[in-house]
Ligand binder design. Structure first.
Ligand code: 4AD
Ligand code: MG
Length: 470
């Protein structure tokens, strides 16, 4: 079968052509049209790159018959030739012979007219924003960054594994989970069975409580203690009702886990991964990154280059608290040993004090999850957070508690039932090894890569409290 699009050339390829072409087929959306006497210029974008290609539609050609319908936002298919452009700013242009308008876009109602729209407005038309320069660039960078993550792990001997999305355990123990159920609103099952108050989920689909995963870590640990080095890269869900520019209810997390590794190995991996992804995105998405550097954050390229070229700073939690106490700045939340660092503290450390990414390690056990390895001081755990300028926490991880008795005691201490984690504890029962891993928030990484300050603008369809459109 023939497709009318078989010979279509993406705009990015046409613009990179080595020489003129007698015939070319271009498809895309009209960004603008300018009419002159006897001909029209169309700026066409097909999403393959930031740049548009210019098409010239001459009065004398059959293409001109449809010119009135080629308004901003309309989709067009153009057959013609690729010729050297006499205009400045572009090397090649298309001389249209035939043009069809595939889908019109009424100028009165099409929301994306040629002007700058606010991010807030564009969020309300998230289904159309991929057609703007900024969001086209954003989602191309998102794609390239994801690829660079997989590439880095592959090159470093990690196996990609898939952890479940439906889960019966709360990895973070923070209780911020979305429940998944097939029970009716009145609590009865499809078959009409009603559970007892003691066993609410007895007649639910799984016969027990089910939630969307908040992290694939526990399962990744299982796989690491069989395959050595693994990573997951998948969606995670948190029902934290914090309507901040850095939290989404659905986000993507990169979670490596290594057997035979300590906190030191973990810090090296976190730094290696971050630098490698940033370096590749800078190399491969230069025009898109330039756009953000020009219009969103004029320090972006400088900051990312520093990140690639300089080692991250490192500081223990205890020292970090001292720095914050002695810096002479007043924070909304005061700090002392045992308080969780707030975004304002994290940003001060990364942005002002160190002026580059900093790894804070050895946090008090009282503010961290049950699975982190208890240090010999009995007070801190072998945890680490990577904090970066403008964002705060990019990565959170730890060496894992590999001693059965200590783990069990920690689970009890935090008010949970060790029986519930029998399979997780089995890893410590049979062939336990020191191991470590972390979670990197993919949207936070993208905020860092683009300078975009709201997480709603780095994911195609953001899910945040009260928002489930699209
Ligand atoms: O620090 P967190 O909660 O760590 C964990 O979930 C560990 N189980 C990870 C591990 O060790 N395998 O989350 C890890 C990262 C954070 O540093 C942050 O970048 C991101 O996930 N993150 C969020 N990103 C967007 N929206 C949210 N609500 C997020 N919560 C965490
Ligand atoms: Mg964290």
């Amino acid at each position: 079968m023939n497709s009318p699009f078989t010979n279509r050339i993406p705009v990015c390829q046409a613009l990179a052509a080595q020489g003129p072409m007698d015939t070319i087929h271009i498809c895309g959306w009209v960004r603008t049209r300018r009419d002159s006497k006897g001909f029209s210029f169309l700026e066409i974008n097909d999403g393959s790159c930031l740049a548009n290609i210019q098409a010239i539609v001459d009065e004398g050609t059959p293409a001109y018959a449809n010119i009135e319908k080629a308004t901003t936002g309309a989709s067009v298919s153009i057959h013609g030739s690729l010729t050297a452009s006499p205009g400045k700013g572009q090397k090649w242009e298309v001389r249209a012979a035939e043009m069809s308008v595939l889908g019109e876009a009424d100028a009165e109602t099409f929301p994306l007219q040629k002007k700058r729209h606010s991010d807030e407005f564009l969020r309300t038309i998230a289904h159309l924003r991929p057609r703007t320069n900024k969001y086209g660039a954003l989602f191309r960078i998102r794609s390239e960054a994801a690829f660079a993550v997989h590439e880095y792990f592959r090159e470093n001997g990690f196996f990609g594994v898939h952890s479940p999305i439906l889960t019966g355990s709360d990895c973070e123990g923070a209780g911020e989970m979305f429940r998944v159920t097939t029970l009716n609103q009145d609590g009865t099952s499809k078959e009409g069975h009603k559970s007892s108050p003691q066993e609410l989920f007895q007649h639910d689909f799984f016969g027990k409580e089910c939630n969307l995963t908040v992290s694939g870590q526990l399962e990744a640990e299982n796989l690491a203690l069989g395959l050595g080095k693994v990573y997951t890269f998948g969606p995670t869900f948190r029902a934290e009702n914090s309507n901040t520019p850095r939290h989404a209810a659905e986000f993507w997390m990169i979670e490596p886990e290594m057997a035979f590794a300590t906190l030191e190995d973990n810090m090296q991996l976190a730094e290696g991964l971050t630098r490698s992804v940033v370096k590749r995105v800078l190399e491969r998405c230069a025009p898109d990154i330039d756009l953000f550097n020009k219009f969103v954050d004029t320090d972006l390229e400088k900051r990312l280059t520093t990140l690639v070229n300089e080692p991250f700073a490192r500081v223990s939690y205890t020292e970090a608290v001292k720095i914050l106490q002695q810096c002479g700045k007043t924070f909304e939340f005061p700090v002392s040993f045992g308080t969780d660092l707030q975004t304002e503290h994290e940003r001060f450390l990364a942005e002002e004090h160190f002026a580059k990414p900093v790894i804070v390690y050895d946090y008090p056990k009282t503010i961290k999850a049950f699975y982190m390895r208890l240090n010999d001081d009995n007070t801190t755990v072998a945890a680490m957070d990577v904090l970066v300028p403008r964002i705060g926490e990019l990565i959170g991880g730890s060496q894992r508690e590999d001693r059965l008795d200590v783990l069990e005691a920690r689970i009890r201490e935090l008010g949970q039932d060790p029986a519930h984690y029998w399979w997780y504890m089995d890893l410590r029962r049979f062939g336990s090894v020191p191991h470590a891993g972390f979670g990197m928030g993919f949207e936070r990484l993208l905020m860092m890569l683009t300078g975009v300050t709201n997480i709603r603008d780095v994911i195609p369809f953001p899910r945040t409290p009260g928002n489930l459109e699209f």
